[in-house]
Design a protein around this ligand. Sequence first.
Ligand SMILES: [Zn+2]
Length: 245
Amino acid sequence: MFDIHRHLPIQHEVSLPQDWQIWFATSSPSEWETLATLPHNPLWKHGYGLSSQWLSTNSASLPELDNYIEKLTELLQADPLGYLGEFGIDDRYIENFPLTKQISLAKHLLHIASEFGRPAVMHHVGTTTTLFALLDAVPITKPIIIHGFLGSVETGRQLHQRGCYISLGPRVWIQKTRIKKRLHEFDIPFCLETDFPFVPGKIAGPADYEIILKNHYKQIAQMLKIEVEILEERIDGLTSILTYW
Ligand SMILES: [Zn+2]
């Protein structure tokens, strides 16, 4: 199984399956050191991220932000399992972390991803115009994954043309979403994610992780009217593109 986006283990979290491909994400500098304490497993990747949400509540001054970026770059360079994520654009936090700053940080981090040849996992809440303008302004040499995608088939295609992959979380079927009705129309590859422990509508418990990812695969397979094994095969095919750097 492949989970392209979840967060660090929660307290008392039980068994993390050793044979699953898991991309752990972080949102703030205090989490970066924790990545090094995860049991070593080449299938588990380490995301170095700075989220707009965190920056909006910790309104960093520019020199501070520069220090964070410098530290993040050092850690990424020293960590062969490292990628960039999560970071991106979120319209809900522009009051305390203005959109122009969010865009310039995202551009900076995408340049770092390209420089070090690592993928990036991006968060996006806002207009597609802003997202496309951002992506068109940076070199894309490694896959960029737009996580928690809830957009249209057309937006998905336009992202794919730009070298991006979309990732679908359980929100697609837990909530009433437009994407749910049109999932069978997606003719582009997509990844699956749990965003654990952030499960819509519930507080995730320490034993829930495996159940959530397995159920996510099952629900998506049902929506596509295919066997879970076929879905697993499709997703496994993607790992070879996304996971080796
Ligand atoms: Zn997340």
